[in-house]
Design a protein around this ligand. Structure first.
Ligand SMILES: *Cc1c(COP(=O)(O)O)cnc(C)c1O
Length: 489
């Protein structure tokens, strides 16, 4: 599987393309370009044929996993297959080629789409109004928290605490702290939910809001959500709902009806758009009417039959993104919603839930599920059952690569030991799920019969185990990439 560097394939004089003989006089470069900008010698480019280049880069593109090539059950990340139709629409010149400085009269089509997308998201979530500006879930959180601060500031009172359950996504406490709030953690109950007694004991007049995810990161639906929201509202504290897991609720339940005052959606998860590697996303934020004044500007408004940008707003938290966010992602989400329709969206969520429960039921013998009850779109299993053979969640994840599956999220949420967080999404077929189940069960078996094999995995990948900390902290993305990295580690 080792892939030599393109430089190692270089043969002096080999060319991909030759120009016809020159029919004009030669020019001395020194006469055209100032001496100090000239190289002393030609750059050491590889000398290769066209197909050397094409094959090399095609092969390199296949050394990675992606939703287009593999099942990708990365819990919480909702790595689902994205219909290519959405890309086609986003690439239409009327969307892809518009310039952000074009006057509104020139981009009425795009503004219509943005306006309608806001309306659709309101209908899906039960929130009163949306901003499409934030570029990611975490930036949506940050924008929501700024609005929470503005809400209390307008009421001329100091509220500095945000309550966050211990099952929360790491971005929640990070966003709260970044916004200047004090984070107070709520310990989950033994069954994996918000513990009402714990909530009541920490709910005082310094609480600005509760941030919670529903379904939570254990894949469980917070059944007491209305009681929880009422407790917060009694003290005029707000309910922030992290809506990254909205793909479990589409057409079934609406956060606005549950009492959420602020909600961010991850369009790049629930509403299509391939994501990963930090690629473009969109984290629109919906709010209840009482918070509308604080929304970021500009907003798209309808004036008669035309659409205009409106930058007014005395109480706005301001702009959170250049222009109007990642418009390509917004176009994909709009296309996705319009293709599926209300019924299709509900069926997508149902399929996501059924798929997760199917996997959970088939795997829980070998990998016990921490908070065992019917799950929503994902569940958290544990590799503690393999401890006797010194095989860890990380080993299981690596061995899955050998079997041609991307790994689940591991070691998150933190409250589950040796966590394997599995999210199949609605787009996978029964056959794929069965193949995944077989691989997982086989790994559990291997852990007993040949633990070394699992601990040394992956063996069929171009690289074995990397130093993950070093790879993340000091990524080496430049040529010359060490041959060790591309060969065998
Ligand atoms: C993915 C995710 C986030 C963060 O979203 P980004 O777009 O990666 O910033 C926040 N909360 C939950 C529950 C998530 O799954």
């Amino acid at each position: 599987m080792s892939e030599p560097l393109v430089f190692e394939r270089s043969v002096p004089g080999r060319r991909g393309y030759r120009l016809p003989p020159r029919d004009v006089p030669a020019l001395d470069l020194a006469d055209a370009i100032p001496q100090e900008h000239l190289r002393p010698s030609p750059p050491p480019l590889p000398e290769v044929a066209e197909f050397d280049v094409v094959r090399r880069y095609t092969r390199l593109s296949q050394l990675n996993f992606s939703v287009d090539t593999h099942f990708y059950p990365l819990g919480s990340c909702t790595m689902k297959y994205n219909p290519k139709l959405n890309d086609r629409v986003a690439a239409l010149p009327g969307f892809a080629r518009v310039h952000p400085f074009q006057p509104a009269e020139h981009v009425q089509g795009l503004l219509t789409l943005l306006y309608e997308l806001e309306q659709l998201l309101c209908a899906i979530t039960g929130m009163a109004v949306f901003t499409l500006q934030p570029a990611a879930g975490a930036q949506g959180e940050l924008s929501g928290l700024k609005m929470i601060a503005a809400y209390h500031r307008r009421r001329r009172r100091k509220r500095s605490t945000i309550l966050i359950p211990d099952s929360a996504h790491g971005t929640n406490p990070a966003s709260a702290a970044l916004s200047g709030f004090r984070v107070v953690q709520l310990k989950s109950s033994a069954s994996g939910f918000i513990d009402l007694a714990e909530l009541k004991s920490k709910l005082d007049d310094d609480v600005a809001a509760l941030m919670l995810t529903n379904p939570n990161t254990l894949g469980l639906f917070e059944r007491d959500i209305k009681v929880i929201a009422a407790l917060l509202h009694e003290r005029d504290a707000l309910v922030y709902m992290d809506g990254a897991n909205m793909n479990a609720l589409l057409g079934i339940a609406r956060p606005g009806d549950m009492g959420a005052d602020i909600l961010q959606l991850n369009l790049h998860k629930t509403f299509s758009t391939p994501h990963g590697g930090g690629g473009p996303g969109a984290g629109p934020v919906g709010v209840a009417e009482a918070l509308e004044d604080f929304l970021p500007v500009p907003r798209v408004r309808k004036k008669g039959k035309r659409f205009v940008w409106d930058s007014r707003g005395r109480s706005t938290i301001g702009r959170v993104h250049g222009f109007y966010g990642n418009v390509g992602v917004l176009v994909r989400a709009y296309t996705y919603i319009r293709t599926l329709g209300a019924e299709g969206l509900a069926r997508a969520s149902e399929a996501a839930i059924i798929n997760a429960n199917y996997l959970k039921t088939k795997l829980e013998q070998a990998y016990p599920v921490a908070f065992d009850q019917p799950c929503m779109h994902e569940f958290v299993a544990s590799a503690t059952s393999l401890k006797a053979s010194s095989v860890t969640a990380s080993d299981v994840a690596k061995r899955l690569l050998d079997y041609g599956f991307y790994a689940p999220t591991v070691y998150f949420p933190l409250i589950v030991e040796e966590a394997l967080m599995i999210e199949p999404t609605e787009t996978e077929s029964r056959e794929t799920l069965d193949e995944f189940i077989q691989a997982m069960l086989r790994i559990a078996e291997e852990a007993k019969t040949n633990p070394d094999l699992v601990r040394r995995a992956p063996q069929r990948m171009p690289v074995a185990r990397l130093d993950e900390v070093k790879a993340a902290r000091e990524p080496n993305l430049r040529w010359p990439v060490s041959s060790a990295l591309l060969g065998v580690s």
